[in-house]
Structure formats: structure tokens, C-alpha cells
Design a protein around this ligand. Structure first.
Ligand code: S3P
Length: 450
């Protein structure tokens, strides 16, 4: 039996917190640290199920975790709880040893690591994971890697994925779908290939890999829609600082926007423009209460504090370039659209069907069960704003972002929401319920921002 958790409307969200470390950046930090020649330090690594899978995976291929230090205040303001500093001794770019790897629920690990492994001088690997991972297609990485000369084998394009070391050559690859995971996989393969590798993006996607690889000394550059990477002898990742995850902050951004009287300050959040598409969408929906207070750069990633208050929203059109820039936040767009006036249409988002769950089907069913007027389309959703949600029961389907969406729906609803399998949130945000509670009972923020 899965757990069932109630989220009741308890009024406005108030207070400040630092959301957990960025999942995308943490995955990359562990992998790139493992590729390094010398010891690397990762400050504020996400301590959650997905990123533990990546830490286990890099150790399976030979990287050594030298030191793990629990930090109470990692960098800057906020509690930073659960964000340890890691010291990792890498195996070098061409020193991964054979292993059988359990990726758990982590799609990013499943899609990125094979790029590096495929181009090793020797070795063989198998990657497999949980029930959800066995539904996540790997042909999207197998196709370009095979063009580069990789030897891979999958089960009808689904995991388990078997890889044998092979010499790779650089290619020019036009991504058929805008995917940062596929782009990153090909770039990692390019590091250990012969000749330059180019990846052409149909639309801009998150660029954490490019930024982190450049900081580690790789020759990576962008010309228009094309990312170019040269093979490298060695990487020197040095010190990688992980900001708080915009995608985790997004749950509080959404909640504060739709619950009247809210005033929330989120510290030290990664505000890389390839991640913050939700803010642009909310602005188009009429949100006036969101302010990003820039906090400089760390490890090539822009950081900021985000202050959010309640706004009356109107429906809007979401599609095209919005989609990869807000891919993990589109379920929240559908949720806030229920609280808006008018119709919101989400298009060009068929990729949502291939995430930890079919997020078009699951979000549509969930919001309807709570009183929303939502229709699923092949590549998105149409949401008729009804000014709010009644509440009811939903299930997370083991998808962390659906669990947290249910919680936000609950605190914004009239009658509350009961979420089945809330534990799924632990994939990216183990402390979510505690953080949400602290905002529900928090004192008003004292200082005006300026
Ligand atoms: C991710 C990229 C996105 C996103 C996923 C994490 C990454 O997937 O949905 O949660 O870390 O590169 P795609 O790039 O495959 O759309």
C-alpha cells in the first residue's frame, strides 16, 4: 500500500528558504568529477534518490568518494540542509572500468553516462533501473552514439542498455527533439572521440553541461544553434558549486502565485535562463509579484534570490521555445492555469509523455479529479481556468513532480488534496513537506527587498 498524505488549505505561504541543490547540475557534477584527473570538490551536492544513483554509478566505474561532509550552511544565505560537500577522485577521461549500473529512477544518468562510457578504450557496461526507467526510450542516445561508432544494445530501445567500448569519431548531429539530455550525451562522447563533434539544437535547451565542461577546461563553444566540442586529453573540474534547483523552487513559486496573501523568498536559486521559462510564462499570465534579485555567478551558473507574491492570472498560449525552457515546470503551468481566468493552451510538449510518468495523461487526470477543466491533447493540454480547484484525491504515479504538484494543489484548493505515494518526492526533494510546512506557518518576511 502506498502512503497517503493530506495537504489542506492553511492560508498564505510566508517566509524564506533555500530549496535543495539542483538535480541537473548535481548529476553533471558527479559525472564530470569522475572524468577528472585530479580530486574535485562538489559543494552542495543534492542529497536525493536520483543523485545518489549517480554517485553510486560513478563509484561503480572507478571514481572514489574521498569525503562527504554534511553542511549546514553551504554557500550564501539559507539553511543549505542536506547539501553535502563531496570530494571525488576521478578516473580520468579514459579510465572508466566495466560495471553493471543501477540508475534507479534517474533519466539524466541513463542518458548522459553512456556518452562517456561508449568511447572508453576498453570495458563493457550495463545500465538498468526501476519500473519507470524501463519505459524511458534510449534510442534517442543510441542513434547518435552509433553514428559515432559506438557499440550499444538495448531491449527494443528501452533499458537495460548494454555498451561495449569502441573508438568514436566526431559527427554533426541534428537533434530530432530539443533534449538537453541527448545533447549532453553526444557532447560527453565528443570529449573522447576523434575530431570535433557538433550538436545542432532545434530550440535552446538547458546548457549546464556546456558551462561545466568549459569550466573544467574542455573546448566547447556555441555558434548560433550549434554546440561544438573538441576531444580533450584531460579535464580539471576543480571546485563545482551547485546552486538551489529552480525546478524545486518552482513549486513554491507556483504556490505563492496562486494562494492570496503569500510572500515567499527563495534563496540562492540557479537562474540560468535556459531553466527559468516558467517565469516568462507566469509573466505572460499576468503575474506581477515575482522579482529576481541577481546574486552573481558561481561556476559559470547565474544565481539569484526569487521573491514571489500572489497575482491574479489570465490564460495564455504556451509552446515553441517555452517548452524546453520550462519542460519540468509545465505540469505546474497547467495547475496555475486552473486558477487563472480564461483558457491556457500548452502545445509542442509531446516530450512530457516520456518523463518519469506520462505527464500529459497524469496531470490531466489529476487536475480533473480535483475539479479542474482540463483536456489532454497529443502534444499538450488545454486548461479552462475556473478560478481555483475544489480538491480531492490523486496519486503521484511514482513521479516526484506529480507528488509535489498535488501538495501545491492541496494548499491552494478549497477542500484539500490527498496525495497517494508522496514519498516519490524524495527523488529530487526529500525535505519538501517540511519546507512547505515551514512556509505555511511562517512569519511574514520582515524586510522589503530594496
Ligand atoms: C534534464 C533535461 C530534461 C529534463 C530532465 C533533466 C537534464 O530532459 O526534463 O528532468 O538534466 O538534462 P530532456 O532534455 O531529455 O527533455
Amino acid at each position: 500500500m502506498s502512503d497517503r498524505t493530506n495537504f489542506r488549505p492553511l492560508g498564505a505561504l510566508r517566509g524564506a528558504l533555500r530549496p535543495p541543490a539542483d538535480k541537473s547540475i548535481s548529476h553533471r557534477a558527479a559525472m564530470i568529477a569522475a572524468m577528472g584527473e585530479e580530486e574535485a570538490e562538489v559543494v552542495g551536492y543534492l542529497d536525493a534518490a536520483d543523485t545518489r544513483s549517480t554517485l553510486d554509478a560513478v563509484q561503480a566505474v572507478g571514481a572514489r568518494l574521498l569525503h562527504e561532509e554534511k553542511a549546514t550552511d553551504v554557500v550564501g544565505e539559507g539553511d543549505g540542509l542536506g547539501a553535502p560537500t563531496l570530494r571525488i577522485a576521478g578516473v580520468g577521461l579514459r579510465g572508466a572500468r566495466s560495471a553493471s549500473i543501477d540508475v534507479g529512477n534517474a533519466g539524466t544518468l541513463l542518458r548522459l553516462l553512456p556518452g562517456w562510457l561508449a568511447g572508453q578504450p576498453t570495458g563493457a557496461w550495463e545500465l538498468d533501473g526501476d519500473e519507470s526507467i524501463r519505459k524511458r526510450p534510449v534510442d534517442r542516445i543510441a542513434d547518435p552514439l552509433r553514428q559515432m561508432g559506438a557499440v550499444l544494445d538495448a531491449n527494443d530501445d528501452l533499458p537495460p542498455l548494454r555498451i561495449e567500448a569502441a573508438p568514436l569519431r566526431g559527427i554533426t548531429y541534428e537533434l530530432p527533439v530539443a533534449s538537453a539530455q541527448v545533447k549532453s550525451c553526444v557532447l560527453l562522447a565528443g570529449l573522447v572521440a576523434e575530431g570535433e563533434t557538433r550538436v545542432v539544437e532545434p530550440l535552446p535547451t538547458r546548457d549546464h553541461s556546456e558551462r561545466m565542461l568549459a569550466a573544467a577546461g574542455a573546448q566547447v563553444s556555441r555558434a548560433g544553434d550549434t554546440v561544438v566540442i573538441a576531444p580533450a586529453e584531460r579535464l580539471e573540474p576543480g571546485r563545482i558549486v551547485v546552486p538551489a534547483d529552480f525546478s524545486s523552487a518552482a513549486f513554491f513559486i507556483a504556490a505563492a502565485t496562486i494562494v492570496p496573501g503569500s510572500d515567499v523568498l527563495l534563496h540562492h536559486v540557479g537562474v540560468n535562463p535556459t531553466r527559468t521559462g516558467l517565469l516568462a510564462i507566469l509573466e505572460r499570465m499576468g503575474a506581477e509579484g515575482i522579482e529576481v534579485i541577481p546574486g552573481g555567478e558561481e561556476g559559470g551558473e547565474p544565481i539569484g534570490d526569487i521573491r514571489v507574491g500572489h497575482s491574479e492570472l489570465r490564460g495564455c498560449e504556451v509552446g515553441g521555445t517555452d517548452v524546453p525552457l520550462a519542460i519540468d515546470e509545465l505540469p505546474l503551468v497547467a495547475l496555475v492555469a486552473c486558477f487563472a481566468e480564461g483558457t491556457t493552451t500548452i502545445r509542442d510538449a509531446a516530450e512530457l509523455r516520456r518523463k518519469e510518468s506520462d505527464r500529459i495523461a497524469v496531470v490531466t487526470d489529476a487536475l480533473r479529479a480535483l475539479g479542474g477543466r482540463v483536456e489532454a491533447t497529443e502534444d499538450g493540454m488545454v486548461i479552462e481556468g475556473t478560478g481555483g480547484l475544489r480538491g480531492g484525491q490523486i496519486d503521484s504515479h511514482g513521479d516526484h513532480r506529480i507528488a509535489m504538484l498535488g501538495a501545491v494543489a492541496g494548499v491552494a484548493s478549497t477542500d484539500g488534496v490527498e496525495v497517494g505515494n508522496m514519498a516519490a518526492a524524495g527523488v529530487s526533494y526529500p525535505g519538501f513537506q517540511g519546507d512547505l510546512n515551514s512556509l505555511l506557518h511562517g512569519p511574514p518576511l520582515r524586510d522589503p527587498v530594496h
